[in-house]
Write a protein that binds this ligand. Structure first.
Ligand code: NAI
Ligand code: CS2
Length: 497
């Protein structure tokens, strides 16, 4: 029996001070909750216009049907939940696939008008790593991305995130309206600086094709604060809906998440911002140490659980972390490999941070599916594991750099991208690089050649890491063990060392 505390929304916003791109589960359970608390405290001009640029038109329609009110169920792991009502979203828009056909309206012009409106003071983003159209290893614009190519051809009808921001900033400049601040809330290193790079590089490409000179102005005038976001918000599925039904709440737009929530934000908002700090947001001058710690410790462990766990036959994070060999692997990864590479943020005790992460992973009120975390590995590995290996091997070289677990993880990821587990069960590899990885599996059946071919993908692996014989040999040994003996045996043997 779950004990439920109900928290009603006390006020509704009067205008949208924020336009959010990426109306997914995380936005509804994280940013919208903090903004709701500000609105409840009287800041009614900080409502949100929330937009899906691709996919999930159904959610936009659903939120419209329910007057944009929905619930967030926050679960502690011992049968306790808080059910929050959210009214922070004032409006939803859709510009994705199928928009402009049949009964799906393309809201692109409405979106551009909202972005150019003086009341819009902040644009926030949760569009996943691939939404930024960047080369994941270098953080530079991927000009070959089809969305970038399309925007270079028709910049006034942009579909990519950088393209939209360039066009909206241009419209503001022409109208004499000061630029909004752009706040990335995705799990990327230096997410503000990377967003800035994507936008400025696209503006430069456009200039080279005869567009107005925008890049220099954006570089001088637009703020791109970075932020670290943290709250585990699994995708809603049938099981999650059953849980919600047990709370007597019939809300198709609701989300379920853990009780824990953290947001660390660089304080650079020239047109103002909600007063987030009293509601638990940490405002800082430099978010880097928080971001690096979270990406390497939490997200790095998550990705290990995902690739190793799926191949070992587990479905959820809570199930996988209960397996002693898996817990040992994660412990070795955090303590021996990730933690020594970190500049610990002020006020943080890394041992406590690790203990808390393990408790959060074990929260069995959430069915956090490993396959959800496994998605888009080619976009995630550089900041989660490869930066750890890079530091261990090249930046603060110890006598014995610790990269065994990262190498084991890379081997598990390579094996995972074959799209079948160790028992031959097939699954879909959801990753922008899925096709080229599948091709490498076909062309290189032999483990050593396959590892070399994968490590040569220089948008994911740095040339220095790919050329490091010790690292490469560890990956080959791990992949061979996984393929010869199965993941469970390989994991047990590995965890015993
Ligand atoms: P979701 O699948 O519910 O939503 C993904 C959103 O990204 C959708 O709005 C989708 O339309 C948009 N999107 C995907 N590809 C895009 C592209 N190429 N261009 C433009 N928009 C694109 O996922 P969820 O849970 O909301 O997570 C989104 C992101 O939030 C994650 O990738 C991560 O960076 C961040 N995040 C998520 C957490 C979680 O536990 N779910 C926790 C911390 C951060
Ligand atoms: C996860 C994260 O899906 C993933 O890759 O590692 O989204 C994770 O749930 C969050 O970062 C927690 O804050």
């Amino acid at each position: 029996m779950t004990r439920v505390e109900r928290i009603d929304a006390r006020r509704t916003p009067a205008t949208s001070g924020i336009v959010h791109l990426g109306l997914g589960a995380f936005h509804r359970a994280h940013q919208a909750v903090y903004v709701q608390q500000c609105i409840d405290a009287g800041a009614v001009d900080w409502g949100i216009t929330s937009v899906n640029l691709r996919g999930n038109h159904a959610l936009v329609e659903q939120l419209r049907r329910q007057g944009h009110r929905y619930h967030v169920a926050e679960y502690r792991d011992r049968g306790q939940a808080a059910l929050r009502e959210i009214s922070a979203i004032r409006e939803t828009l859709f510009t994705g696939r199928g928009a402009g056909t049949g009964d799906i309206t393309d809201d692109l012009e409405v979106l551009l008008a909202r972005l150019a409106a003086p009341e819009t003071r902040i644009v926030t983003l949760t569009v996943t790593e691939k939404g930024y159209c960047l080369n994941p290893a270098a953080g530079t614009l991927n000009a070959d991305d089809p969305a970038v190519q399309a925007d270079l051809a028709s910049p006034q009808a942009p579909r990519s995130v950088p393209g939209l921001l360039v066009e909206a900033l241009w419209r503001r400049r022409v109208a004499g309206i000061a630029p909004f601040a752009v706040l990335s809330c995705d799990n990327m290193p230096d997410n503000g600086r990377r967003t800035r790079a994507a936008v400025i590089e696209l503006a430069r490409e456009l200039q080279a094709r005869g567009a107005e000179p925008m890049a220099g102005w954006i570089a001088d005038a637009v703020a791109f604060p970075s932020s670290m976001v943290d709250r585990i918000v699994p995708a809603m599925d049938a099981k999650a809906r059953e849980k919600l039904a047990a709370l007597n709440r019939d809300d198709p737009a609701a989300v379920i998440c853990e009780a824990f929530s953290q947001w660390v934000v660089e304080d650079d908002f020239p047109l103002g911002r909600p007063d987030w700090a009293p509601h638990g947001v940490t405002m800082v001058a430099d978010v880097t140490p928080f971001e690096t710690m979270k990406l390497r410790m939490l997200n790095g462990s998550h990705s290990l659980l995902a690739y190793v766990g799926v191949l070992a036959g587990f479905t959820t994070v809570a199930e996988a972390i209960r397996e002693p060999a898996m817990a040992t692997l994660i412990g070795h990864y955090m303590r021996r490999e990730a933690a020594p590479t970190l500049a610990t943020p002020e006020g943080v005790d890394l041992a406590q941070y690790e203990a808390r992460l393990l408790a959060r992973f074990g929260n069995d009120s959430l069915d956090h599916r490993l396959q959800q975390i496994a998605m888009d590995g080619s976009q995630k590995l550089p900041q989660r594991w490869l930066s750890v290996a890079g530091c261990q091997l090249f930046e603060t070289p110890a006598d014995t750099p610790a990269v065994d677990v990262v190498a084991f993880g890379v081997a598990a990821w390579i094996r995972y991208t074959a799209g079948r587990d160790c028992h031959g069960n097939r699954f879909t590899v959801d990753d922008p690089s899925a096709a080229r990885l599948a091709d490498l599996h076909t062309r290189h059946p032999q483990a050593q050649a396959r590892v070399d071919a994968v490590l040569a993908l220089d948008d994911i692996f740095s040339p220095a890491l790919a050329a490091h014989a010790g690292f490469r040999d560890r990956v080959v040994a791990a992949l061979t063990a996984i393929e010869d003996h199965g993941m469970t045996a390989a994991l047990n043997r590995f965890a015993a060392t």
